[in-house]
Design a protein around this ligand. Structure first.
Ligand code: ADP
Ligand code: MG
Length: 261
């Protein structure tokens, strides 16, 4: 049996079946190390690089906790930009396909207020958005968060870089203290550490970047004879042969000079 299969986490059947249909066979490292604790209800600080599957780590945690029959905002995901909020909402909706009648609403800046207010009146279980706009809706009384049970700060580093600290604090003042808080970030600074100390209770810290041996990166070095005035061609030939042999989907080639590029 696959030790990192999603089925080892005790996720419900609807979520597991959907993961299967999405082709998510194995948990990524950040998912394997954070999801069990998230499902237990613990606070978690997760650090892992971009593209490592952080969204599903917290998304599945949220989705297995939502009471669909309770029509109130139960989870809030804060993102640094509208684009990231859209991406997260899209992924959460994809993961939620097996759950009927679950409502995920995006609230970001740069979009008119009115329709968002209307959608809020219809109710939502999960809200994904940027701190500024969510703060605005709270202030105007369009959004009520007294039933919130889970708060996620996604890409917390960028959120602070974008100057959202005050908004985040104003939002936190409006949500129940008894809640689960999850914080995910690709990088980690002293400012984030301060935020974590304020917001999270005895969090589990998962740092995937600390274990480079978990990445299976094979490194190879080829010594190319440097014939007088000819080493450029030799290296180009070697590069062509390597690409022909491995036929990678994508490749990064670093060169010394603009000319060489
Ligand atoms: P991050 O937030 O860490 O930058 P994402 O959550 O956006 O990364 O995930 C990157 C991509 O990996 C997404 O397209 C997502 O659908 C996919 N993905 C996430 N988890 C898995 C998994 N367990 N198996 C296969 N694909 C996955
Ligand atoms: Mg992300």
């Amino acid at each position: 049996m696959n030790p990192n299969a999603f089925s080892t986490t005790g996720l419900n059947k609807a979520l597991l079946d959907n993961l299967d249909s999405l082709g998510y066979k194995t948990m990524t490292a950040i998912q394997a190390e954070s999801l069990p604790a998230i499902l237990e209800g613990r606070d978690v600080i997760g650090k892992a690089k971009t593209g490592s599957g952080k969204t599903a780590a917290f998304g599945l945690g949220i989705l297995s906790n939502i009471d669909v029959k309770h029509f109130a905002v139960q989870s809030l995901v804060l993102c640094p930009t509208r684009e990231l909020a859209d991406q997260v909402a899209k992924e959460v909706r994809k993961l939620a396909r097996g759950i009927h009648n679950i409502k995920v609403l995006t609230l970001s800046g740069g979009t008119p207020f009115g329709p968002q207010k209307g959608s809020l009146e219809h109710g939502a279980h999960i809200i994904v958005g940027t701190p500024g706009r969510i703060e605005d809706h709270l202030r105007k009384g369009n959004l009520k968060l007294e039933h919130l049970r889970q708060l996620v700060l996604d890409e917390a580093d960028r959120m602070l870089d974008s100057g959202f600290e005050a908004s985040v604090n104003n939002i936190i003042a409006c949500i129940p203290e008894h809640r689960q808080t999850l914080l995910f970030s690709a990088t980690y600074s002293d400012t984030i550490e301060n935020l974590c100390n304020q917001l999270l209770k005895e969090p589990l810290r998962v740092d995937i970047t600390e274990h480079p041996n978990k990445l299976t990166i094979e490194q190879a070095f080829y010594a190319i004879d440097s014939l007088e005035g000819d080493d450029q061609t030799q290296r180009l030939t070697a590069l062509k042969l390597l690409l022909l042999q491995h036929r990678p989907q994508s490749t990064l080639v670093f060169c010394n000079t603009k000319r060489e590029v």
